[in-house]
Each structure stands twice: as structure tokens, then as C-alpha cells.
Design a protein around this ligand. Sequence first.
Ligand code: NCD
Length: 360
Amino acid sequence: MQSAASHDLAQRISYHGKPQLISVDQFDRGSVDELLQLATRMEPIAQRRQVTRVLEGAVLGNLFFEASTRTRVSFGAAFCRLGGAVCDTTGFTFSSMAKGESIYDTSRVMSGYVDALVIRHPEKGSVAEFAQATNIPVINGGDGPGEHPSQALLDLYTIQKEFSRLCKPLDGADIAIVGDLKYGRTVHSLVKLLSLYRKLHFRLIAPGSLELPLELVELLREREHEVTLWQSPAEALQQADVIYTTRIQKERFVDEKMEAYPQEFQINAALVNSVCKKDCIIMHPLPRDARAGANDLATDLNHDPRLAIFRQTDNGIPVRMAIFAVLLGVEQLVFRDLKPASWRGPERVGPDDAAFYGIS
Ligand code: NCD
């Protein structure tokens, strides 16, 4: 038997009455906090200290029709850490969609094979279409320039965790978001999720044609947040508590011409050391474009403890475990039958993690 409270959360965030996660619009502040508290409880399993088999026998279908490393693998790993198994398919070329199969047929067929689906697709609204064609849990792993709800949840979880370490409240915080705000779906989902908090200052820093869609700016203002627009980072970053940087989404450009960010857009050690607060955090959904001239987030910050990007990616596992646990209705059962992990791993997973020792 599941407790009433657990069913409650799945119901409260349901999508057209089904346990599916398509948009962050499904959350209010209470439900998002509840989900992230569950993610905190998942940490010992995510950090490979404890093992659960709660999803033994369940199969996840990962359907990725666009490039992905961390979203696909971390959803898969999260499902496996809960004891389930994963079937993956990547790209259009090797799927029947290349033979003209519809979203409806693909979704219905997959539902007979697996117990949950994570889908990434290049068209906005497409994952909602998959969701309508099935009753099993569907999670939006990114629908074109639309949304990326699980990324926003792990971004918010990261901000909460880092702020709790820094003894800062999220209400009233100063959040700078830098880069391609027009096509960045992680930004679209994150600003909506953050708008559930109170009195934030959003500093939106975008080059020329890549500004945040107007309806999102209006939503932030309607919810009584301060929004300021900037065309270059230097001045804007001075008061920021969070600096959220993004890659140019060139693959989504329609008539925009920009090949790379202008040099002044690069967040690097020189800029951070000269203008940013000592207790800010620097985030990026990744991947960062490391090619010369891209001017994405620089690697010379890799030893700066303010750089939170790998703590952020690590947080993807407990958050995605919490999402699965809620959508599949096992969030109470998980903690009933934990065993210690039987294998030995390194104390810290990354060779440079020592720089961050004690703060994660
Ligand atoms: C992002 C995405 O796919 O939207 N990556 C991710 O899932 N962490 C960001 C990007 O591709 O730039």
C-alpha cells in the first residue's frame, strides 16, 4: 500500500490526469519542493552507497531523436539505480520514424514493450503528442526549443543545495541568465520554475537576436519579479547570486546569423574574478562548446569552487530517480529495502573534485 501523500503528489502534478511530465507548468511551489525533498532522500543511492531493487522487472524506453549524452544516460542510470532495466534508441535514421511512422503509432507500440518512456524530439509540442497516445508515464527529455522540465528541476535542486550551503535564501535572489535565451529550452523551463519563488531579480543577458521570448518576460513581471535586459555580461553580473550560462542553439536557428558568441560574452576566469561576487555560483546545462572561438563558458574556471557545473550534472541522478519514483508510484517503497553497495569506488569521481572538497 502506498501512502495517501505519495499518490497525492503524482496526482497533483499529473498531465491530463496521467502520471507524465511534459512541462514545468504542472508544478506549484509545494509540489516542486516535495519532489526535490524526495530527490534529497535519493542521494545515498545516487552516490552509490546504497542499493535498491524497487523497480526490479520494470523497463524504461529511452527514445532520443536528437543528440544527447547526459539526459539520456542519466535517465537510464537513474532507472537502473532504482533496479529497472533500460532499452535505448537514438536518432531518426535507425527508428521506424524514418519509414514515415506517426508519433501516435510509435508511442502506442512502445507502450506495449516498456513501463515508462523518456522522449527527446526536435519539434516543440511533439512529446505532448507522444503522451496523448499512451497511458504509461512519459517524460519530456526536450521538445525542440520548447521545454526541458527534468533539467530545470535539477537546476533548481542545484541552486537550492548550493544556497543552503551558502546560507542564502532563494526568495529575493539575483539570477543572471546568459546566452541564447531564445532557443534554450532549459532556460524556458527554468525561468518558469523559478518564477514560483518570490521577488527574484532576473538579469537576462542575450546577444542581439537571441532574447528571451516576450511571453516569458511578461510572465516573470506578472509574478512580481524584477526583470532587467542586458546586451553584455560585465556590468550585469556584479550582483548576481547565480550565473546560468548556455550554449548557442545554432541547430535551431531560423534566420539568425550568429556563428559564435561575441568575445565579451564569454564567462571566463578574468571576468569572474574582476566582477562577480565571491559567493556566486556558475551553472551551465552543458554541453559547453569547447571549440576555439565559440566563447561558451571557459574551461579556465575548472578549479574555481564557484563553478557548479559538475555538481549540477551529478544532481541529475537523484532528481531523475525522484521523478521516476513519483510517476511509477514507488516513492515510499524505495526506502524500505535498502542494502549497502557491495563494490568499491573512488572517494571522489572526478580528478579535479578535490578543489571542491567539502563544499558539495
Ligand atoms: C541541453 C539541451 O539539450 O537542451 N542539454 C542538456 O540536456 N543538458 C542544452 C544544450 O543542448 O545546449
